[in-house]
Design a protein. Structure first.
Length: 256
């Protein structure tokens, strides 16, 4: 476990506008924060959602397709636009993005995991590349897909031995009411039935997962000793704030 190595997951709601279009200004702000932390010696692997949502917009779809082929088509179109946007902002900081697409079948293969880990280690060692991980939605079926990027980010954290898993979305963290209202839960040391009851799903047409998958991700990340933080990605300079320890969010400090 490396304390200066973070996996940062960015949710669809954070990267897109209400219309479903990519929020280009927001992507630029987040890339700027990542570049700042990388300059300070923090190694970052990004797990990015948003490809299917971007594809939905490009195809003029109002609702998320239910058929696998429709989702895969959205992903193939949206992934290019999303990565192009990342690359445009990264170049401003003399950085380059490096895309890595995975499925559960890859993560379940010892040789694939070894190859992925070696590739990520090589990229991180160069200190000028930002690995950007996403599920390979274009080929993923029910049998081989991870299902959501919260869990994918947790698996990425275990793959690279990250010290922190940062899950950024449009919410501040785990709240004391099941509907997402109430007071923020600042620290979780044990995930029990009470904590699971507070986690709710999502009804968004463009998002997958919800607080329940974030809590599950925290449990997975804890198996390698990684601390998980859930915070609002639209809060000003949230990543530098997390680095300084002065931020609003929920910290999962679970025992392995």
């Amino acid at each position: 476990m490396k304390k200066n190595r973070w996996v940062v997951k960015l949710g669809t709601g954070l990267l897109t506008r209400k219309t479903g279009e990519i929020d280009r200004k927001q992507v630029g702000l987040l890339v700027g924060q990542v570049a700042r932390l990388m300059a300070e010696g923090i190694e970052i692997v990004l797990v990015s959602s948003g490809a299917i949502a971007a594809g939905m917009t490009a195809m003029g779809l109002e609702e998320r397709p239910r058929a696998t082929t429709g989702l895969q088509a959205c992903a193939t179109i949206g992934q290019i636009e999303l990565m192009s946007e990342y690359q445009r902002h990264l170049r401003k900081h003399d950085l380059l993005g490096a895309q890595l697409l995975l499925t559960h079948a890859n993560l379940d293969s010892r040789s694939c995991c070894r190859n992925a880990a070696q590739t990520l280690e090589h990229l991180l060692a160069q200190r000028r590349f930002l690995p950007i991980v996403n599920e390979n939605d274009a080929i993923a079926s029910e049998e081989i897909k991870v299902g959501d990027n919260d869990r994918l980010s947790a698996y990425a954290a275990t793959l690279v031995g990250a010290g922190k898993l940062i899950i950024l979305s449009s919410v501040d963290g785990l709240m004391t009411s099941t509907d997402g209202t109430g007071e923020l839960v600042p620290l979780v040391k044990v995930v029990d039935d009470k904590i699971r009851a507070l986690a709710a799903g999502t009804a968004s047409q463009r998002n997958v997962g919800g607080m329940a998958t974030k809590v599950l991700a925290a449990e997975i990340a804890a198996t390698v000793g990684a601390e998980t933080i859930i915070a609002n990605g639209r809060a000003p300079d949230i990543l530098p704030a997390i680095a300084s320890g002065d931020f609003r969010g929920t910290v999962f400090r679970l025992r392995a």
